[in-house]
Design a protein around this ligand. Sequence first.
Ligand SMILES: C[C@H](O)[C@H](O)[C@@H](O)C(=O)CO
Ligand SMILES: [Mn+2]
Length: 420
Amino acid sequence: MPSNETTKQYEAAKALYAAHGIDVDAALKKLSEIKISMHCWQGDDVRGFLNRDQDLTGGIAVTGNYPGAARTPDELRADLEKAFSLIPGKHKVNLHAIYADTDEKVDLDAIEPRHYERWVEWAKAQGLGLDFNPTCFSHENSKDGFTLSHADPKVRDFWIEHCKRSRRVGAYFGEQLGQTCVTNVWVPDGFKDNPVDRLAPRKRLKDALDEVFAEELNPAHNLDAVESKVFGLGAEAYTVGSHEFYMGYGLQNNKLICLDAGHFHPTEVISGKLSSLSLFAEGMLLHVSRPVRWDSDHVVILDDELFEIGKELVRGDLLGKTHIGLDFFDASINRVAAWVIGTRNTIKALLQALLEPTDLLRKAELAGDYTSRLALTEEFKTYPFGAIWDYYCESQGVPVRERWLEEVKSYERDVLAARG
Ligand SMILES: C[C@H](O)[C@H](O)[C@@H](O)C(=O)CO
Ligand SMILES: [Mn+2]
């Protein structure tokens, strides 16, 4: 229950919003229904448990050596639980295939739902949903930078098999948990230098995806997404799975189109793409991230783009067809804190958007009153949103403001420090 002081501040703030016709209680109810898919790989620097001897490849990089990374599935789950205890709402965990929790030595082309059973049992007990991703990197068969579009059919088949099996794991999650799992395919395939033939790898990728998606799965259990990228480390000149490629593929094949905030040119933003995609796509998956000069996967902060993403989703009523996931990995700070900061910020941006008097602003815009549009959007930025956020946190039983940091610090002292 929120304290008297928090409630007092909330009531005062609520009256200001109500003056513009905003129902704050309804906004909070809506917010509590939005699930954020928190990516497991922030907890251990994208290592996973299947190929721990392999270096991270695929043109992505984690920098930093902050102590306390999870080394086992139990440690990772304990860290996730800690993070969720500091984040309001009930959410999802996004797993990569390499996070299988099994005593068997299993390769990626042999994974089965049973290798993820412990994750399902845990998710059930925690009331969480699960999402999934085939891991097409950090493996012997991806060492030359190509997977599903590989010119060698043997290598290609390995990855096709892995992706097919990943979808079945996704369907198993959805069926077991009663919440649709989004299985997202991202491959790092690309050339460091200018290719002669841009078409052939794309043709191979298209055909490989057709094979991967050939099996019909119950959409209530599993939805497929495809994720593009402009470039990766070591694949600077050409990426097979470009935005145009996957937009075309997704539209033609009714797949969710995944937009990762770090996968576009530095001045290009994903918020601006949502309205267009919503008119044509089956749905969208977001990888909310923060590129700093490149796809650096910094922890998400409350910046203009995050607010804009929230506003686009709310103003366009796109929450029903958009799955919100996070994708960042920073090993230079406490990893539990990284999750808490990024996830709380994403929820805050959605709350800001839900508290906007959109109808009023839309009327001003339609009437050509751009002066009011600008004046009001600027004034609403400093409305007492913090008081609403504090009330929401307390009513959801999680710490207000920076109080969560103390809990992370003591977890670091009591649990993470022992890991070295
Ligand atoms: C772990 C990766 O970040 C993830 O699979 C993918 O979504 C990506 O964004 C690669 O750059
Ligand atoms: Mn991503």
